[in-house]
Design a protein around this ligand. Structure first.
Ligand SMILES: [Zn+2]
Length: 301
């Protein structure tokens, strides 16, 4: 069985950091986000090793091995996203956020009606399995750590019989996440807080349907304050030897795409809690008023 550890999280919650830390374990690896992202169309886009994506020796090897298995892999677009551009209705249904059981049943009924989507799902599933197997084999690893984050992507990966998927639910304080959305997207604090809440709710709905042995939660703040301890616990969950945790993730020879922190030489893992000084008391109160229930549930209030 091909093993995948899926990090499910809101964006800006430390998923690339966690993927690189876990992927540095000698029995594991990571390429960051297995969904691939369109910004890699940038010809100067760099792999975490420093090479341009199209010139990285590791990725050239993966392209070669994928071709051997009958898959044409383009590093600017893996073709592993669960999408169906031939039918706009089906594609819209696919891209909707993960909802509760009733809406998910309706979604599945719509998708079952589409023969085209069934064929397309199988094709995308096979590409995903081939990519995970090729990367784990190329790095002599037992498991691939995937930081693609989105609950709706996880839902489809869980339906691939060839994949054994374990889920790490990475949570970050909603006030910290909201601060990154205000700063980077120019959103209001209200919109930012609601976006964090929306992600948390989609995540919780998916986890409610998953066997408890298949997932584990970790808080970004706990990971930053005690990385060794938190990584050891995650290793036990993933059946990796906890005594072989490797904190030196910058020297682990990884080939990661995704968040720009992949290129930094910064070794230290430091907690980003800039929201505490960046937000006014009034802004913090407005966020807490909107998402206080979720903040309390995860121990932030
Ligand atoms: Zn590389």
């Amino acid at each position: 069985m091909t093993k995948l550890a899926f990090i499910m999280a809101a964006s800006h919650s430390g998923s690339t950091l966690l993927a690189m830390l876990l992927g540095s374990h000698p029995q594991a690896t990571t390429i960051g986000d297995t969904a691939g992202t369109s910004y890699r169309k940038d010809p100067g886009y760099r792999c975490s090793c420093g090479h341009k994506a199209q010139e990285c020796p590791f990725w050239l090897h993966v392209i070669d091995q994928m071709a051997y298995r009958g898959f044409n892999l383009d590093v600017t677009d893996f073709g592993t996203r669960f999408e169906y551009t031939e039918n706009r209705l089906v594609d819209r249904v696919l891209h909707a956020e993960h909802r509760g059981p009733i809406l998910e049943t309706i979604r599945d009924s719509v998708l079952r009606l589409s023969n085209g989507w069934r064929r397309q799902f199988r094709t995308i599933a096979e590409r995903n399995v081939a990519l995970v197997e090729t990367v784990t084999k190329a790095t002599n690893s037992q498991i691939l750590i995937d930081s693609s984050k989105l609950p709706r992507r996880l839902k489809f990966l869980l339906r691939i019989p060839e994949l054994e998927v374990k889920v790490i639910h990475l949570v970050r304080d909603g006030r910290g996440v909201a601060h990154t959305y205000v700063r980077d997207n120019g959103w209001s604090v209200e919109k930012s807080a609601i976006e964090w809440q929306r992600g948390i709710m989609a995540t919780e709905k998916l986890l409610a349907r998953l066997d408890r042995s298949k997932w584990r939660q970790v808080r970004y703040e706990d990971l930053c304050l005690d990385p060794q301890g938190e990584l050891e616990k995650l290793c036990v969950f993933l059946n990796l030897d906890p005594s072989r945790v490797n904190m030196d993730f910058r020297s682990a020879g990884l080939h990661v795409f995704g968040n720009k922190m992949r290129l930094s030489s910064e070794q230290a893992i430091c907690l980003d809690d800039k929201w505490r000084t960046a937000f006014t008391d009034s802004q913090v109160s407005r966020i807490e008023h909107l998402v206080g229930k979720q903040l309390t549930r995860y121990g932030y209030k």
